[in-house]
Design a protein around this ligand. Structure first.
Ligand code: ATR
Length: 275
């Protein structure tokens, strides 16, 4: 029987996950289909019951349900539990088990372009949900020197305090991070600055950026944010948010099927959908 997969969220009509996963099911010869399902927040509990009743094999969870879904699941993986958000659910013998592949997808995507994050000096810009998944996963993987800067610096400090994995991290005001930028090997941009309507803005000045730094932005629409353009002009190596999107999907696909898929193919497909 055809296996069912889905992504639940609200709004969901612009999700590129169905195209990405359905293409992979076809490529790997799997009898499965992936649907985008709009689930309003007030319907989340009923929706999860319904998905269980129909025996869905797995699903992704996106905004606004990544946190609220947690008490509705049977089990949660320890890293997802510490991050406090789930983006992938696997039906394991009738139990819904929650995982977070956002942080691990980010790190795997990063490591497809650079050899290591251990012993690198890292600056994360932003302290929201995405920064949390990335920071905790990097700390879990053993990176120690990860500083965080944010418009609201207290949120960066809270993020560092709440991390269950040992780090040697500081929370910095934006202007202090700008002044100290020369000491970072890797700079990771996680805020919405660079995305519409902030398309012509960058979250901080790159004046002191090292020319051999690696700069990564989790935004993929546009493919090159203002910050990435400026970093490229300074000679830095850059990476856009396609990697995180594709690798979080690839890790979800692997959890559901046991196959780690062709991420270059996935990137080409998402790029073609972006136009
Ligand atoms: P996500 O889940 O995508 O990370 P989020 O949890 O809403 O989204 O976090 C948004 C991040 O972008 C935060 O770091 C936020 O900074 P504050 O904590 O100061 O709000 C940052 N951000 C959003 N809009 C911003 C703006 N106009 N200028 C600077 N930072 C901004």
């Amino acid at each position: 029987m055809k296996k069912l997969f889905a992504v639940i969220g609200d709004p969901i009509s612009h999700s590129m996950s169905p195209a990405m996963h359905n293409d992979l099911f076809q490529v790997y010869g799997l009898d499965a289909h992936y649907h985008a399902l709009r689930v309003r927040p007030s319907d989340l509990k009923d929706a999860i019951k319904g998905l269980k009743a129909i025996g869905i094999s797995g699903f992704n969870v996106t905004i606004p349900h990544k946190v609220e879904i947690m008490p509705l699941l049977d089990r949660i993986d320890p890293l997802a539990l510490s991050i406090g958000a789930v983006n992938t659910v696997v039906n394991e013998g009738g139990d819904f088990v929650g995982y977070n592949t956002d942080g691990s997808g980010y790190v795997k995507g990063l490591l497809s372009d650079i050899p290591t994050i251990i012993d690198r000096s890292v600056l994360i810009i932003g302290a929201g949900g995405a920064a949390r998944a990335i920071f905790f996963t990097m700390a879990f993987e053993g990176a120690k020197k990860i500083d965080i800067t944010n418009r609201t610096v207290s949120k960066a400090a809270d993020l560092i305090d709440s991390c269950p994995y040992e780090t040697n991290s500081d929370a910095l005001e934006i202007q202090d991070a700008e002044a100290e930028l020369g000491k970072y090997d890797i700079v990771i941009q996680t805020t919405s600055i660079g995305m519409s309507p902030h398309i012509n803005e960058e979250p901080l000045s790159l004046h002191f950026l090292k020319s051999d730094a690696f700069v990564s932005d989790i935004i993929y629409n546009p493919l090159e944010t203002k910050m990435l353009q400026l970093a490229r002009l300074k000679g830095a190596n850059i990476q856009n948010g396609l990697n995180m999107f594709v690798f979080q999907g690839a890790l979800a696909f692997e959890k559901w099927t046991g196959i780690f898929p062709d991420t270059e193919r996935m990137k080409r497909l998402v790029k073609s959908q972006l136009g």
